[in-house]
Design a protein around this ligand. Structure first.
Ligand code: DAH
Length: 362
């Protein structure tokens, strides 16, 4: 238990307070760590400090002295507390700053950019085409590049003596005992394979490579690309074909495009047509790309021939369908301003790198 404080006189008390204030401020100023500040606080304002003694002795003073000394006590305490907290804040900020300094990372050096690849222009166009049909509810399928005569010709209503066979410049394979094997000349055989694999309704698109024994020129390669489309269901009409082609070509080439169907012949469709789209470079006015006519050929199309439906065991009385096939090498060339089809095959990095901006994640 603390000894009862001895009576003090007020002058002495005031003197003590001034001295403690001066001493306290000095200690605070000298504190160089947060622990120093704690220590200073205990020494100046702690229970055993001269300041607390004065505070405790206030009750022994006359009323007037108590007011005077009491007021000064408050002032001194406030000043000291302010000094303590100011110093504390300053030291905390210093510590924070030195931690940040220690953790500093130099971000001023340029980072090393990872080398990212890009899609081939043909792949970009293929993804766009397929994406549009997927949004219309079509399924995407791919088929074998090595085909047989049945799927590539016979089932498509192209009999052995039909001129279309010779016109196609077919590349046959030299596999002993398998004279029917060939490199598919079009993606149409996948119409047959798809229908053989299941019943209607059928809504598919088939992108892929096709092969013909042709000379290499700036415009022609013996390997090129087609996308086949096939829809077989109850009640499908030519109007569905036209609407589908228009929707597709507008989504691909711009909403202002017009399309037209020119009567044409393909053994596996009846009626058959050549689909054309108003030139997306000049909008039909006539330019170099469309050779002045304002229209671009976009591919063959038509209503699936009843003989084809019969070849796969579908009932032509119950089901009807449409089909179309279009090459997209030329489309990619026009789209990206590629002057020579051989560039698509040369794997020249200086060429391929130009399509970096068009890369998509799949
Ligand atoms: N297969 C034909 C060709 O390569 C293109 C074609 C025409 C496909 C009419 C079709 C079609 O599906 O209906 O020349």
């Amino acid at each position: 238990m603390a000894a009862p404080s001895s009576p003090i006189d007020s002058e002495q008390a005031l003197h003590t307070l001034d001295r403690e204030l001066a001493r306290g401020l000095e200690m605070v100023a000298a504190a160089s760590t947060l622990a120093d500040v704690e220590q200073a606080e205990a020494a100046i304002l702690g229970r055993r400090s001269p300041f607390s003694e004065v505070q405790r002795a206030l009750g022994d003073l006359s009323e007037e002295s108590r007011r005077r000394v009491g007021q000064r006590t408050n002032e001194v305490r406030n000043q000291l507390r302010e000094a303590l907290s100011g110093r504390r804040t300053a030291l905390e900020a210093e510590r924070e700053a030195s931690l940040l300094e220690a953790d500093r990372i130099d971000v001023t050096l340029p980072g090393r950019r990872p080398r990212s690849g890009s899609l081939h222009p043909l792949t970009i166009v293929q993804y766009e085409i397929v994406d549009i049909f997927m949004r219309m509810g079509y399924r995407v399928v791919e088929g074998p590049e090595v085909e047989d005569e049945w799927h590539n010709f016979d089932a498509l209503n192209i009999p052995p003596d039909h001129p279309a066979r010779t016109l196609m410049d077919t590349i046959y394979l030299d596999v002993p005992g398998r004279p029917e094997l060939l490199l598919r000349t079009h993606t149409s055989p996948m119409q047959i394979r798809t229908m053989e694999a299941g019943q209607p309704p059928v809504y598919v698109v088939v992108p892929g490579r096709v092969f013909r024994n042709e000379e290499v020129t700036a415009k022609n390669m013996p390997v090129f690309h087609q996308v086949e489309g096939l829809a077989v269901d109850e009640g499908i009409t030519l109007a569905d074909l036209k609407g589908t082609l228009e929707t597709f070509l507008r989504a691909l080439l711009g909403q202002d495009r017009r399309i037209r169907l020119i009567p044409s012949f393909f053994p596996f469709v009846e009626p058959g047509a050549q689909a054309e789209v108003s030139c997306f470079v000049c909008d039909g006015a006539g330019c170099k790309t469309c050779a002045g006519v304002g229209w671009l050929e976009s591919g063959g199309a038509g209503m699936v021939h009843p003989a084809v439906l019969e070849a796969v065991g579908y009932d032509p009385e119950r089901y009807t369908g449409f089909a179309f096939g279009m090459g997209y090498d030329r489309l990619a060339m026009i789209r990206f301003g590629i002057p020579d089809i051989r560039l698509l095959w040369e794997s020249d990095m200086r060429f391929l790198e130009q399509f970096e901006g068009s890369a998509v994640t799949v």
